[in-house]
Each structure stands twice: as C-alpha cells, then as structure tokens.
Design a protein around this ligand. Structure first.
Ligand code: ZN
Length: 111
C-alpha cells in the first residue's frame, strides 16, 4: 500500500510547517489519475499522525480532475484515463496538465 509512505510524507510536511503548534485542519489535493485512493489516505493519515501534533487534525481531501492538452490540435480537455485519445481529433499525443498530483495545499493550526 503505497499510500502509507505518501501519507507519512504529508504528515511530515504538516508537522514541519506547524511550528510546534497543534494542527487543526489539513487540506490536500489528490489528482484523479494519481493512483492514490482517498479512503486509504484517510486511514493512513489517522495511523501516521497518532501521537503527533496532527493527531486531532481534520483531513479535507479535494479531488483534482485531470486535464490534458492535445499536442496536435491544442485542445484542453478532461482526461478520465491515462492514454485516452483526444476528444476532438483522436490524437494520442495528449500532454497531462494536472491530475497526477498529491499535495498539501493548506494547514491550519490552533492558536
Ligand atoms: Zn487533438
């Protein structure tokens, strides 16, 4: 389960940025093509944050829809699966603009 290592990384980032304060909310973005299962991240977050300043943090997960740009017709479009063809011209030369990311976008701490 690679979510455990990824989530451990996220908890580490949060703790580094929290400056020793208790973390109340963590907002992360997960792209629809990242291969990361949000439910698994929720589970792993609970496990990884136990006995840290993030232990009682609320985890908010935002799904980022994948977008691709066709290198042949320049059309930008949502991508549901990797290696789908362009919806406008059928080309397979789609460049992925977003959708593979998993990142922390916001951390709130208790004052
Ligand atoms: Zn195209």
């Amino acid at each position: 389960m690679h979510e455990m290592a990824l989530t451990q990384g996220i908890v580490d980032i949060c703790l580094q940025h929290a400056g020793g304060q208790r973390i109340s909310t963590v907002v992360i973005e997960i792209g629809t093509l990242s291969g990361v299962v949000p439910e698994a991240v929720e589970f792993c977050f609970s496990a990884c944050s136990t006995e840290t300043l993030a232990a009682s943090a609320r985890l908010e997960i935002r799904r980022i829809e994948a977008q691709g740009r066709c290198l042949d017709c320049s059309g930008v479009q949502p991508v549901e699966r990797l290696y789908d063809p362009c919806r406008q011209c059928g080309s397979y030369a789609l460049e992925l603009l977003s959708g593979e990311e998993m990142r922390v976008v916001e951390i709130e701490v208790d004052d």
